[in-house]
Design a binder for this molecule. Structure first.
Ligand SMILES: [Zn+2]
Length: 676
C-alpha cells in the first residue's frame, strides 16, 4: 500500500503563524482544511438531517464506534453497505476507536494489555474492546478515517501513569495497523503524554515512525487549563510531519479552534454547536447569544445579520426565543443548523485567509469578537449606584476572559495588548528585548539612555521601562535615562488612571505628572526623567531634543492607523535617527511592514514571540548593527527574502503601482542580504 491513503497536499502556510491550509482525498470526497467535523454519535448529528449538513458545508462527520458497536451493531453496517448508505451521507465519516467512551465510564471496565473490558449498558454482557475489535468494527462501519485504540488518561495525570499509558498506546498502535491490513480506509495514530512535553515528544516520535495516514493530538480538553492546552497543542503539532493531517480531538469553541489553527492543527470535532443549541445558545458575528433571555421576546432581527444560513434567512429572534422557552425540538434543530453553519463559515474564512496569507490579521480580528457575549445586549451591566467611567473619547476598558484589563479603541475594535496583561507584554516585548536593564546598568556612560516610546497609549510600555529603571537603581549606580513618549490622544491613559484598580501599574506619580504637565522628574533618581511630546508622531518626531537609542514602536495597527506604518513614515524616522545607533521594537511581523522598514534603510531582525504572535520585529539603524558584534538579534536572511518575493502582500501601504519596481530593487539590493 502507498504510504498514505489520503494524498495530503499542503497548500499554504501562513506568515507569522503555524496556520496551514491543505487538501486531501478520502474514499468519498475531496476535503479542504482547516475543517470542523460535526459529531454524529449515533450515526446522526443531533436534530440535523443529512441534507442540512450538506448544505452547511460539512465535509466529514464523526461517528462513535463505542455506541455503534453496541447498537445497531456491526452486522447492520455489514449487511446494509456501511454507514454512508445507512444514514444517507455521501461525504466522509471519521470513526473514533471507542476507547475514549470506555475510559470515561465510571464503573465496570478493566484494563489489560489485551484491551479494555466493559459491560454493555444495553444487555449487561462483557465486551473486550481490543485494538483488533475496534478496527474490525470501524471496518464494518465503513468510515473513511479510522482511529487507533489508545489508552486515554486525564491530561492532568502524573508522569508515571502517563508513561505507562504511552507504552500501551504504542503497542496498540502497531496492532491497529496490522488489523487494518490492506483496507483502503485511512488510519490515524493518537499522540498522548498528558502535559509532559518529553512524553509528548516520545509519543510523537514512535508514532511518526509508523505508517499512519494522519495524527491526532489526544488527551487534551479534559481538565487542563486553557493555556496548558494551547501550549501542549502547539508543542505537539510542531512534532508532527508536515505532510499528514493533524487532528485535535474534542476541541472546541470557535475561539479554541481559531487558537489551535494558529498553532498548526488542521482538523477538529466537537459536540458544542448542537449541544449549546439544545440549551438555546448560538454563536454569531455579534458574540454568543442566549436565546432564552427575555430581551429577545419582541426582536424581529435574525440571529446573526451576517449569516447566510436557512435559520437566519427565515426566522426572527423572537420566534427562536419562543421555541427555546417552550422546549420545542424545532428550536434545537434551527439553532443547531445555524451553529454548524457558523462553524463551517468560520473555517472557510480561516482557510481563505491562509491561502491569501492574511491569516494573522483575521486571527486578531476574530479573536477580539469570538469570546464576546452578546455585543448588542451585554449580559453584565455595571452595578447600579456605583458610577464608574469605562469609556472615554475613542476608548473603552476591555476585560479579557482571563481577567486582566486592556484599553480598546472603540471604532476599530483594536485592543492594546489583548492577549497578555499589558504590563507583562510591555516587559517582554519592549523592556527585555531592548536589553534595557543591561543598558542602564552600565553606569560608566554619563550620556543618558534615550528611549522613545512611540504610542504612549495607556502607558504600559513607559511604566514597564520606569519600573525596570527603579528596580535596577536599587542594586547600584545606573546610567541616566530619558523617556520620551509620543501621543496625540491622552484619553487611553486617563481611562487607565480612573480605573487604576484594573491597571495597577499606573498607580505611580509618573502618569499623573504626564497628564498634568507633560513631564515628570523622578524625585528619587536624578537621572530618571519622562516627557511627553503631544501631537502626531510624524510631526513631533523632529521636535525631540534627544535622538533615540531605543524605540518602542507601539502604534495601533496599520489597519486603524495606516499613516504610521508606511515606508514614508519609516524614511522620516530613519532620517531623524541621523546616523545614530538606534534599535526599534514593534509587535508586528507583517511582511509588508518589514519590507517598508528595509526600504527606509533599517536592518530588520526577528523579534521574540508574544502570546499572540510567533514573531515580532526589530529594526536597527546601520550604526546599531555595526556597534554590536555579534548582533544579538536574528537578522532576516535569504529565506525571508525568498518568502517576501513569493508573498501576495509584499508591498506596504503607500507604495503606488509605479513605485513598485524601485521598491523591489531597494529590497533585493539591501546590504542586509548582501552580507549573508
Ligand atoms: Zn445563521
Amino acid at each position: 500500500m502507498s504510504c498514505s491513503r489520503l494524498n495530503f497536499r499542503l497548500e499554504a502556510q501562513a506568515t507569522g503563524s503555524r496556520a496551514r491550509a491543505a487538501s486531501f482525498r478520502t474514499l468519498h470526497n475531496e476535503v479542504q482544511t482547516p475543517l470542523f467535523m460535526p459529531v454524529g454519535t449515533q450515526a446522526t448529528v443531533k436534530a440535523q438531517a443529512t441534507q442540512s449538513l450538506e448544505d452547511a458545508g460539512s465535509q466529514i462527520l464523526l461517528a462513535n464506534t463505542y455506541h455503534l458497536l453496541l447498537r445497531p451493531g456491526p452486522e447492520v453496517f455489514r449487511r446494509l453497505g456501511g454507514i454512508h448508505e445507512f444514514m444517507s451521507w455521501k461525504r466522509s465519516v471519521l470513526t473514533d476507536s471507542g476507547g475514549f467512551q470506555i475510559f470515561s465510564l465510571p464503573h465496570s471496565r478493566s484494563m489489560s494489555e489485551e484491551g479494555a473490558a466493559f459491560q454493555s449498558y444495553l444487555d449487561g454482557r462483557t465486551i473486550l474492546l481490543s485494538p483488533e475489535l475496534s478496527i474490525e468494527t470501524q471496518r464494518a462501519i465503513g468510515s473513511d478515517i479510522m482511529m487507533a485504540l489508545d489508552q486515554c488518561i486525564p491530561s492532568t495525570a502524573e508522569n508515571s501513569a502517563a508513561r505507562a499509558a504511552l507504552g500501551i498506546t504504542h503497542r496498540w498502535a502497531l496492532r491497529s495497523l496490522a488489523a487494518r491490513g490492506d483496507s483502503p480506509q485511512a488510519l490515524f495514530g493518537i499522540v498522548q503524554g498528558a502535559l509532559f512535553k518529553e512524553l509528548r515528544r516520545e509519543s510523537a516520535e514512535s508514532l511518526c515512525g509508523m505508517p499512519f495516514d494522519g495524527f491526532a493530538i489526544g488527551g487534551l480538553a479534559v481538565g487542563e487549563s486553557r493555556s496548558e492546552r494551547e501550549d501542549v497543542c502547539e508543542f505537539t503539532a510542531e512534532l508532527l510531519p508536515r505532510d499528514k493531517p493533524r487532528y485535535l480531538m474534542g476541541v472546541g469553541t470557535p475561539l479554541d479552534i481559531l487558537e489551535a489553527v494558529h498553532r498548526g492543527v488542521d482538523m477538529f470535532d466537537c459536540i458544542i454547536p448542537t449541544q449549546v443549541a439544545q440549551r438555546g445558545g448560538v454563536f454569531t458575528s455579534r458574540g454568543f447569544l442566549q436565546l432564552r433571555r427575555g430581551i429577545y421576546k419582541f426582536s424581529e432581527a435574525p440571529l446573526d445579520p451576517l449569516c447566510g444560513c436557512p435559520t437566519c434567512a427565515r426566522y426572527s429572534r423572537a420566534y427562536l426565543h419562543h421555541l427555546t422557552k417552550t422546549g420545542e425540538t424545532l428550536g434545537w434543530q434551527l439553532l443547531g443548523q445555524h451553529n454548524i453553519y457558523f462553524y463551517h463559515a468560520l473555517m472557510r474564512e480561516i482557510r481563505q485567509s491562509i491561502l491569501e496569507d492574511r491569516f494573522l490579521e483575521l486571527y486578531r480580528e476574530k479573536r477580539a469578537v469570538l469570546h464576546i457575549e452578546d455585543l448588542d445586549n451585554p449580559v453584565r451591566q455595571p452595578k447600579p449606584g456605583k458610577k464608574k467611567l469605562y469609556k472615554l473619547g475613542a476608548y473603552e476598558v476591555h476585560t479579557a476572559p482571563e481577567g486582566f484589563a486592556s484599553i480598546r479603541h472603540i471604532a476599530s475594535g483594536e485592543i492594546m495588548h489583548s492577549r497578555t496583561p499589558p504590563i507583562e507584554e510591555a516587559r517582554r516585548l519592549y523592556v527585555e528585548q531592548s536589553r534595557l536593564v543591561e543598558r542602564i546598568g552600565n553606569s560608566e556612560i554619563a550620556e543618558p539612555l534615550v528611549v522613545w516610546d512611540v504610542g504612549l497609549g495607556a502607558a504600559a510600555n513607559a511604566m514597564a521601562a520606569i519600573h525596570a529603571y527603579e528596580k535596577q537603581a536599587l542594586t547600584g549606580p545606573v546610567r541616566p535615562m530619558r523617556l520620551i513618549s509620543f501621543e496625540n490622544d491622552l484619553d487611553a491613559l486617563k481611562l487607565a488612571r480612573v480605573n487604576n484598580n484594573l491597571f495597577p501599574y499606573v498607580r505611580h506619580a509618573g502618569p499623573d505628572a504626564i497628564l498634568k504637565k507633560g513631564e515628570w522628574q523622578s524625585p528619587v533618581h536624578a537621572g530618571l526623567n519622562w516627557t511627553l511630546l503631544a501631537g502626531d508622531f510624524l510631526e513631533t518626531m523632529s521636535q525631540a531634543l534627544e535622538l533615540p537609542d531605543v524605540i518602542f514602536y507601539d502604534m495601533f495597527s496599520s489597519k486603524t492607523d495606516g499613516d504610521h506604518w508606511t515606508p514614508e513614515a519609516f524614511r522620516r524616522l530613519f532620517a531623524v535617527c541621523g546616523g545614530g545607533a538606534a534599535e526599534l521594537f514593534t509587535y508586528t511581523c507583517s511582511t509588508a511592514i518589514r519590507a517598508g522598514l528595509l526600504s527606509a534603510g533599517f536592518h530588520v531582525a526577528k523579534g521574540r514571540s508574544t502570546g499572540e504572535k510567533l514573531e515580532t520585529t526589530i529594526a536597527l539603524t546601520p550604526a546599531a548593527r555595526l556597534s554590536a558584534a555579534p548582533c544579538p538579534h536574528e537578522i532576516l536572511g535569504c529565506d525571508w527574502l525568498e518568502k517576501w518575493k513569493r508573498s501576495g502582500a509584499k508591498f506596504p501601504l503607500g507604495i503606488e503601482e509605479d513605485q513598485r519596481s524601485a521598491f523591489e530593487r531597494a529590497i533585493l539590493g539591501h546590504p542586509q542580504f548582501r552580507a549573508v
